[in-house]
Write a protein that binds this ligand. Structure first.
Ligand code: GTB
Length: 217
């Protein structure tokens, strides 16, 4: 039996691949592991059956036999640990790749999500115009540092790893903001990752859900 993950039945991102099931789908594709998807509506995510899988009523979740886990970072890490292809064999290189996963999730993603949430829910607030430059400033600091570290390299530490998968997934939420484009090496980094066949397969799979949900064929 293949592992089963959960994803939005109707994603608010309209098939842009920004919901966090995308990074899990991508990890599965990178390692060549088939998976099933259980689609859930917003109300279903708050019902006891889903809360048993995810205490915060969110997606994604992962189930495989007796094991049920949540948090996209934990799920990608679990996939990367159990299959070859996303973490180096060498112990030190592996530790550095894992470090980049954590850096993506705990250092780079928070200011990006903070900015993104403000654009979604604070646009009509009196403080929006004043707050936005502050939030963008925090994102700019991280992008500058990341750009400096990446330099002219293709990936963050040697070959493509789960660290890159996570970092690119996090950066994609800045699409349309113009912030990534201030660093051509980061734009090229994202494009390089998005051109991977595993990424394309994952993107197409989640896009098919959007098309089906919107009644398209
Ligand atoms: N830290 C958790 C993880 O990494 O797994 C965060 C999970 C999370 O935020 N899940 C979101 C969710 O279930 C979906 S991905 N939200 C419903 C809820 O909390 O009630 C976040 C997301 C949603 C929409 C867009 N978008 O439209 O662009 C992008 C990202």
């Amino acid at each position: 039996m293949s592992p089963t993950i959960t994803a939005f039945k109707s994603s608010p991102d309209r098939g842009r691949g920004l919901a966090r099931d995308m990074r899990v789908r991508w990890a599965f594709e990178e390692v060549g592991q088939a998976y099933d998807v259980r689609l859930v509506t917003f109300p279903e995510m708050k019902e006891p059956a889903h809360l048993a899988r995810h205490p915060f009523g969110q997606i994604p979740t992962y189930e495989d036999g007796d094991l049920g886990i949540f948090e996209s970072g934990a799920i990608v890490f679990h996939i990367a640990e159990r299959h070859a292809g996303l973490l180096p064999e060498d112990a030190n290189a592996r530790a550095r790749a894992i470090t980049w996963m954590f850096a993506a999730l705990s250092t780079v993603e928070p200011p990006i999500v903070e900015r993104s949430m403000a654009t979604l829910v604070e646009r009509d607030k009196s403080w929006y115009e004043a707050r936005m430059p502050i939030l963008e400033g925090r994102v700019r600091v991280r992008l500058g540092e990341l750009s400096h570290r990446l330099g002219e390299a293709d990936w963050l530490d040697g070959g493509f790893s789960a660290g890159d998968l996570m970092m690119v997934s996090v950066l994609q939420r800045l699409g349309g903001s113009g912030l990534v484009e201030e660093h051509p090496n980061l734009s090229a980094y994202i494009a390089r990752a998005e051109s991977r066949s595993a990424y394309r397969r994952a993107f197409d799979a989640q896009y098919a859900v959007f098309v089906a949900a919107s009644g398209g064929g």
